[in-house]
Design a protein around this ligand. Sequence first.
Ligand code: SAH
Ligand code: SF4
Ligand code: F3S
Length: 457
Amino acid sequence: MKDNKLTYFIETFGCQMNERDSESIAGLLEREGFSPAQNASDADVVVVNTCAVRQSAEEKVWSHLGKLAYESGRSGKVPVMVLAGCMAQLPQTIERIKRRVPYVRVAVGPGHIHRIPELVRQAREQPSAKLVTAVSPNRTEAHRTESTQMLPERLPRIKVPGVSAYVTIMYGCDNFCSYCIVPYVRGPQVSREPRFIIREIEELVSQGYAEITLLGQNVNAYGHDLDNGTGFARLLEQIDRIPGIRRIRYFTSHPRDFTEDMVDTIKQSSHVCEHFHLPLQSGSNRILKLMHRGYTREEYMELVHYIKEQIPAASVTTDIIVGFPGETGEDFQDTLDLVEQLRLDGAFMFIFSPRSGTAAARMDNQLSRKQKSDRLQALAKLQNQITKDINKSLIGTVQEVLIEEPDPKNPEYYRGRTRTNKLVVCTSKWPRPGDMVNVRIEEAGTWYLKGPVVEAG
Ligand code: SAH
Ligand code: SF4
Ligand code: F3S
């Protein structure tokens, strides 16, 4: 009976990088003979791919693990539970699993996902034995390159169906922004060879994916660690020429490494979308310096002005952290002033979360919860109003939209995104995922645009 086959279920937390890794984990397990389960409580193996960027991300994972354990206790079926991804790299996670979370049987860092089938086998063969781990040695700022994450190149992959696919172009990060755990958990920057990237994209395009999103923690530092001279701009040029590709996005770019050459290359390209996600983090030069960001507010403004001057239709979005240690009322006011001046299309806004092992977690003058949440509220109020005003100013315009999926709120409609990465609910009923259509915007809010198709794109 084929139902005897072992099954797996994967839950993914965190960024697109993890989503892409989960596709490889699925590919590896299926190559091993596992088939997908409908939900976690039916599965023989449950993989939780985790994120460590903020305390709240970790808490989500712990409470989810508790829920999975409760459900499997009730159903009587005990799966092999695997904690994969960034949290597995933290010594305190391993400690906590050993002390308090015995139902997690395997912990595996992002550089070792190719070993998951073997580790699961090991855990299944010795049901009462101790935690099976595969993690990289601890990385410190002092030893920037000593420990390495293995490059999970050319692993099998079960792609999430859709019109858009992720392609990781580089792993890890060498920046050590003082608040950030990513360089510790993801290891040093390693760029993939251009020919592997191109081949992967050609394959995806031939399978019908219309949009490719290039992933990396700092994509515009792409190639700094290769000796063939290919930087991010040259890579974009090559990808832009791949026949059949319709849209190219990339995530995340660092303002310090965004050169005018890159902006010009994007301007001249046919398929690279006019959307710039440039994490600002703070509007105060003093805080930017403490964060090790490598640019000033003036340099950031100059970059945004250059982009808007060269590509007037471009959208610019950002990330901002409030409540960095020692952030004074004046520093925060600098952030608000800059946000007001820049009038960016959107922002992800976060409360500073001290991450053990990072420089910022050791700094004096940590702000109280209340101070931080008050600041977040004030900033969000300002930015969300700006986002809404900009979106409303698009009413009456016609936008090119790549249709992606049914709208969860109105199942009779489909939704997609503009080249500038704005979500559009299409109120004509015929467009289907993969269609490129022109939509006349009739309604707009902070998080969406809405309207009918005016003509086929
Ligand atoms: N590599 C990307 C983003 C990595 S994490 C970049 O450099 O832009 C995504 C966002 O999470 C960051 O831009 C930052 O705004 C936020 N972030 C990272 N560490 C954080 C921390 N300790 N507390 C709060 N927000 C954090
Ligand atoms: Fe973290 Fe900075 Fe690297 Fe982004 S660039 S992953 S914020 S250290
Ligand atoms: Fe989180 Fe790791 Fe991504 S810490 S943001 S899942 S790189």
